[in-house]
Design a protein around this ligand. Structure first.
Ligand code: SAM
Length: 452
């Protein structure tokens, strides 16, 4: 057992982020170099790492250090605590990672609770709605008309109307959600019908004219609906970038307060190895050009994977069962043919791994497990007798890289806003704010921008 109380150390102070003074070029260059060097940790999806031989890429010395670490030490690794008893290159990995952590402006002040809002909403969601509503109040003016991008069931639209008494147009691509939002409004917020409207609209970069038409028809008897503010709670994948681009290109939109999510769902670009909206900034594009390409779906997925806030609280038993589940899932993927698929069976509690998965062909037709599958499974199990532990060490390293991947994704957007605003001669103030309660809501970043 290591005397980690004495030998654990944290080296660097996190870089403090401020949109105007942040050195994007330097950060992107250092992060891209670090992530490029350690891309083996995340380049494969977590169902494919056995097949891709990633467990063999784990340095033997790192495995030894992980194996000797107590549960508390394992939990502290993604917090960049180095240990002088560990091998130099693991400590170097942690120090470099530490030097790439960024501290964002934090916010945490739930706004006044509203019992109607609480019904059916989880504490996490309620926390996010309340804090976003409060942040919107700080950035925006209640005379603005709010466009709630991806309004879903209308949680944010109703909350900002209740708290700030403002006019809101919820725009949502899914017509069933629009109907559900209207029903919820009639039931819980009947007095808001004049001020809060919902429209089915799949928002794209050239949607602004259609949005203006919706504004005119929905708020017919009201005064001029501009200036406008775009807001959004969990504006997933490309939607938050569409919001950024629309904000930059239309003078009548004066504010933007958007919480992005689901980076891994970003749309592909012209090929299925590039993304339409990532990277956005020339600064990140330049930095990435110097490194081997590591930008793929697994990189984006890692950006929104579990954070160190959850990892640091895991018990030894939780690590064992998580590592084993991850290893077994990847093991099963490694024994099937390229034209076969597996799905987890819900109708069995068998302890036989093969019986817990259904094998299918490409058309979805069920197949039986063959002796060939059984033989491969046995070989791989023999090969990786500590597979579950190794899978958990790999997860630990992924958790170390998670904030850096997420930083690249978010800072690319911030850099793009800054540079694009300068290019268009628009004076803006932008911020990246993190809601502070990591335990309740570990991923909660909000991009804000104000013109003028
Ligand atoms: C993660 S949900 C968030 C819903 C809601 N804001 C909330 O937090 O409860 C994202 C919503 O955005 C909608 N959406 C995604 N892309 C969209 C687009 N381009 N235009 C309109 N709605 C979109 C989805 O249908 C979904 O309802």
């Amino acid at each position: 057992m290591l005397l980690f109380n004495h030998s654990f150390q944290q080296y660097n102070m996190p870089i403090e982020y401020s949109a105007h003074s942040f050195n994007y070029e330097d950060y992107f260059r250092r992060s891209a170099e670090f992530l490029g060097r350690h891309r083996w940790i995340f380049e494969q999806s977590n169902t494919k790492f056995v097949q891709a031989g990633i467990l063999d890429a784990l340095p033997r010395t790192w495995i030894e250090d992980f194996r000797r670490a107590s549960n508390e030490e394992l939990n502290q690794i993604p917090l960049a605590r180095v240990n002088e008893a560990w091998c130099d290159d693991l400590n170097q990995f942690l120090r470099t990672m530490d030097g790439l952590l960024v501290e964002y402006e934090r916010k945490c002040d739930g706004c006044g609770e509203n019992s109607k809002m609480i019904r059916g909403i989880s504490p996490k969601k309620l926390y996010e709605i309340q804090n976003l509503t409060s942040l919107i109040g700080e950035v925006c003016d209640r005379n603005e008309t709010f466009l709630d991008f991806g309004s879903g069931l209308g949680y944010l639209s109703q909350s900002i109307h209740s708290v700030h008494q403002c006019r809101v147009l919820g725009l949502e691509g899914d017509r069933y959600r629009v109907q559900a939002a209207l029903q919820r409004q009639m039931k819980l917020f009947p007095n808001s019908m004049k001020q809060v409207k919902y429209a089915q609209h799949f928002i794209e970069e050239d949607s602004f004219e259609r949005i203006q038409e919706s504004l005119k028809s929905e708020f017919l008897e009201e005064s001029n609906p501009i200036p406008l503010a775009i807001v959004g709670l969990h504006a997933c994948a490309d939607l938050s970038i569409t919001a950024i681009k629309m904000f930059l290109s239309n003078a009548s939109i004066s504010k933007l307060v958007i919480m992005p999510c689901c980076y891994h769902k970003l749309a592909f670009g012209s090929t299925d190895t590039t993304f339409k909206n990532f990277p956005l900034s020339d600064q990140l594009k330049d930095a990435l050009e110097r490194e081997p390409n590591f930008i793929g779906r697994p990189f984006l997925r890692l950006g929104c994977q579990q954070t160190s806030a959850r990892w640091k609280t895991m018990t030894a038993e939780e690590h064992v069962s998580h590592g084993l589940a991850m290893f077994e899932r990847s093991l099963m993927e490694a024994i099937i043919e390229s034209d076969q698929r597996i799905t987890k069976r819900k109708d069995t509690s068998s302890s036989n791994l093969l019986e817990t998965y259904q094998l299918c062909d490409e058309t979805g037709a069920r197949l039986e497990w063959s002796d060939r599958h059984r033989k491969r499974l046995e070989e791989l199990r023999n090969n990786y007798s500590e597979g579950g532990q190794l899978a958990e060490y790999l997860t630990c390293l992924q958790t170390c890289l998670q904030p850096i991947c997420e930083n690249l994704i978010l800072l690319d957007r911030m850099c793009y806003i800054e540079t694009e605003a300068q290019r268009r001669n628009i004076c803006i103030r932008s911020k990246l704010v993190k809601f502070a309660n990591d335990n309740l809501s570990p991923r909660c970043f909000v991009i804000t921008a104000e013109k003028g």
